[in-house]
Design a protein around this ligand. Structure first.
Ligand code: PEP
Ligand code: MN
Length: 338
């Protein structure tokens, strides 16, 4: 349930609402806007409590029952777009943010070359996996700690923020020293203990959509991060599993306008894992920008033929640089900059 206070409601009126909520066994989260305060009442039994219990209190402008299971990620709770700031880069503004780099960190040379291409092409964030959650335990699992050390070294020498995937709740604090954004992979979107740990950090988190999850489940998972107090949450659409097998996953373009309407959180799109083939990535990247995405997460490898992971869907440096140019008029056509 969302309680909207009148403009300038004094503290005692807000306290009356929060006291009432707590007396009913509800948790409370406040959104302190510039003009007005919005109070989210959280609890499994909010559906059973009459809205009048709050509507009658002084200073309450409206009480809205939210039938959707997600609350804090909703536009009802926060109308204004959330902007996530990472090392001077704002995600969720008019400017589209491009994150790119190899699927996995493989060596210093590989990461340095990827960072050089990211930097010179005008992209803003370097990606690279150090812990790789692979379908088979016999596949390359990533360089782990030494991969993190390479990400840290590279971000310092290039002045580029870095993003990497975290797979274990116990690693969250340790990894926060090495990277700027912690990525939750598709397979972990519903790993609630990982999400709870990430909610307690103040590091930005990029939450990928589970490939078999609905938008509602995805936004409800985002509430796990937000309810622990971490407001630096970025969503990432990366394709879902459908009956169609001509691509690795089906990029759900519709999720972009749906999310932009339903949630205040910034949304980036990963065309690489959806496409599964480098030749399809540019078209999906352009479609994502045209549909309203706030950014892209793209796999790019200095030499895709030698990549240890996901080479087939990785763009070469020259293809990536070309795509960066091709994205500019698409962004301009929808009133955005790159
Ligand atoms: C990745 O970004 O390298 C990755 C493993 O993606 P996903 O979790 O979307 O499969
Ligand atoms: Mn990958």
């Amino acid at each position: 349930m969302i309680v909207e206070m009148r403009n300038g409601a004094p503290k005692d009126e807000i306290d009356a609402v929060t006291d009432k909520a707590r007396s009913l066994g509800l948790n409370v989260q406040l959104n302190l806007g510039t003009d007005k305060v919005v109070v989210a009442l959280l609890g499994s039994n909010t559906g059973l409590i009459p809205t009048d219990q709050f509507a009658v209190l002084p200073g309450v402008e409206s009480v809205t029952r939210i039938m959707k299971p997600y609350k804090l990620a909703s536009r009802e709770f926060k109308r204004a777009d959330t902007i996530v700031s990472v090392g001077g880069i704002d995600i969720g503004t008019n400017r589209i943010v491009i994150m790119a780099g190899p699927c996995a960190v493989e060596s210093e040379e590989q990461l340095t070359e990827a960072a050089r291409v990211v930097k010179t092409s005008g992209a803003s964030i370097l990606r690279g996996g150090a812990f790789k959650p692979r379908t088979s335990p016999f596949s390359f699992q990533g360089l782990k700690k030494s991969g993190l050390e390479l990400l840290d070294k590279t971000r310092k020498s290039f002045g580029l923020p870095v993003i990497t995937e975290v797979v274990d709740a116990h690693d969250v604090d340790m990894m926060s020293d090495y990277v700027d954004i912690l990525q939750v992979g598709s397979r972990n979107m519903q790993n609630y203990s990982l999400l709870t740990h990430l909610g307690k950090t103040r590091r930005p988190v990029l939450l990928k959509r589970g490939f078999a999850c609905t938008i509602t489940e995805w936004l409800t998972a985002a509430d796990y991060l937000l309810s622990e107090g971490n407001e630096q949450v970025i969503l990432c659409e990366r394709g879902i599993r459908t009956f169609e097998d001509s691509t690795r996953f089906s990029l759900d373009i519709s999720s972009i306008p749906v999310i932009k309407k339903a949630s205040h959180l910034p949304l980036v799109v990963d065309p690489s894992h959806a496409a599964g083939h480098y030749s399809l990535v540019p078209a999906l990247a352009k479609a994502a920008i045209a549909a309203g995405a706030d950014g892209l997460l793209i796999e790019m490898h200095p030499d895709p033929r030698k990549a240890l992971v996901d080479g087939i869907q990785s763009l070469s440096p020259s293809d990536f640089i070309r795509l960066m140019e091709e994205l500019k008029p698409v962004a301009a056509a929808v009133g955005r900059t790159l």
